[in-house]
Design a protein around this ligand. Structure first.
Ligand SMILES: [Fe+2]
Ligand SMILES: [Fe+2]
Length: 480
């Protein structure tokens, strides 16, 4: 049995990543390919480091990998490797691999053969049994494989992750309900916002935990509740930007509340104006343009401390004002817009541009929206803040549906590397033949480099989600 030994976190992730690379390169190329040899060598280097004092086991348990008996901590930049490896092990019903100390003396060719067999086992009825038999034939005593326990199957490889998505989904819809409740009651008198504050705190916590998932959630465009979904999306995007520029948690909470309530004044705009198809008359425009001021009046009616009220009125008041003071409401104010106002403005315009609304039946793809907004930097938007926003969202923002250079479709899931905002992690979308899109493989474009150093897989263009009838949020939340 393997001797338990503590594995440094970095080494653990490096090992999993090297195994993933080796499996993929061996699958794609012949044995004599240089990339295959390099990936086997890297794997063997790390394996040698890990087996200095004994055997090393890699074990999949309840959707998480354990190395040498210790759970590999979650790391955002390694999420795609873990995702793909969990799939890889699960498809073969393999629960663990045990590399014995004797693996240190094995030839690279043997490691290559083992990897091919591990890959090929998926084609057989009982992959584990088949694999063990093949390893016996090869006399590979330096590696053992173990089938997945039933318990793991019951919990499912993704169940722990699913809990996280379920929690995010719940909080999102609770936030929608909170905005709706305040909007409905505010016309009838004083409304408390303790609940909204609690929800805002929750959202801030979730953003601190996993901002990418929360940005992914903003692709929810709930048309029946569009005003409320829009408000929650603006709150999330604004708060993610606030976190990106390192605002304090209390400032983030205020930013979230501002986002949730920025369009509260729309409650007083007649439905026939809000939902009107086509151009508004001057009179109707005036009604719509009153919503920032009406919103401030409503916020002043909320049952909150004066200090909180004073902190959450600027965002809603200023959210349609441009940096050059054009926009509305018309004001003789010549000072600077508040930071919160400038952030909400960016989040609001981006959200509205990427949603199909009655005012804008054809929405922009996320990358088009950002390009459009960038042309207004310094006039409509604060240039530095917008730059930070684009950096946070990536060239093809998280949640974009994209066409890949090999003709496939994908969904941009994340930019794992802080400094590389043009090469995202993409979930392949596979057409099941009935016009439905299913989850495919997760590919990291930064890893798709050919032998000659150029990118073998890249993004050609963004596609409007409506064109493929895709709801990106379902893929973020693993409903699909
Ligand atoms: Fe607005
Ligand atoms: Fe808005």
């Amino acid at each position: 049995m393997s001797e338990r030994q503590s594995v440094p976190e970095r080494l653990g992730h490096d090992f999993l990543r090297a195994l993933y690379h080796m499996i993929n390169t061996v699958r794609m190329y012949e044995d004599n390919n240089q990339l295959v040899r390099m990936s086997v060598n890297s794997f063997q280097d790390i394996l040698n480091e890990l087996t200095v004092s004994g055997d090393i086991s890699i074990h999949l348990y309840r959707g998480r990998f354990h190395l040498g008996g210790e759970k590999l901590p979650y790391r955002r930049d390694a999420a795609f490797v873990v995702y793909n490896m969990v799939e890889f092990f699960s498809k073969r019903s393999i629960g663990s691999l045990n590399f014995l100390k004797s693996s240190r003396d094995t030839l690279p060719e043997n490691i290559m053969t083992f990897t091919r067999l591990f890959n090929d086992s998926v084609k057989h009825n009982n992959p584990h049994q088949w694999l063990e038999q093949k390893l016996d034939e090869q006399d590979f005593s330096w590696v053992q494989t173990f089938p997945r326990h039933d318990e793991d199957a019951i919990f499912g490889s993704e169940s722990i992750e699913n809990e996280r998505y379920e929690k995010a989904r719940k909080k999102y819809f609770l936030a929608i309900e909170a905005v709706r409740e305040v909007a409905n009651k505010v016309s009838q008198g004083m409304v408390g916002i303790r609940k909204s504050r609690r929800i805002a705190q929750n959202l801030v916590d979730m953003i601190n935990e996993d901002a990418t998932l929360m940005i992914g959630l903003t692709t929810i465009k709930d048309y029946d509740n569009y005003l409320y979904a829009h408000s929650v999306n603006v709150a999330l995007l604004a708060t993610c930007l606030g976190r990106h520029i390192e605002l304090s948690d209390i400032a983030l909470e205020h930013l979230t509340i501002c986002g949730l309530f920025h369009d509260l004044g729309k409650v007083d705009v007649p439905k026939k104006v809000l939902l009107k198809h086509g151009t508004l008359s001057d009179e109707e425009w005036d009604l719509l343009k009153a919503h920032p001021i009406t919103g401030v009046r409503k916020i002043l009616m909320l049952n909150a401390t004066p200090s909180l009220r004073s902190r959450i009125i600027f965002g809603p008041f200023e959210h349609h004002l441009n940096l050059d003071m054009t926009g509305y409401p018309r004001t003789t104010f010549t000072g600077h817009l508040s930071l919160i106002g400038k952030i909400i403005h960016i989040a609001d315009v981006y959200e509205a541009m990427t949603a199909e609304t009655v005012y804008r039946p054809k929405s922009f793809t996320p990358d088009e929206a950002l390009r459009n907004m960038w042309s207004e930097a310094g006039k409509s938007f604060d240039k530095i803040l917008l730059k930070r926003f684009i950096h946070m969202m990536g060239i093809y923002p998280i949640g974009s549906i994209v066409e890949l250079s090999d003709g496939g479709m994908g969904l941009v899931m994340d930019y794992p590397d802080e400094n590389e905002r043009s090469l995202p992690l993409v979930l392949r979308l596979v057409d099941d033949g009935n016009g439905n899109w299913q989850r495919g493989e997760m590919v990291y474009l930064a890893d798709q480099i050919t032998e000659y150093g150029s990118n073998s897989l890249s993004i050609i263009r963004g596609i409007p989600p409506a064109q493929l009838r895709i709801n990106p949020a379902e893929f973020f939340l693993r409903i699909k």
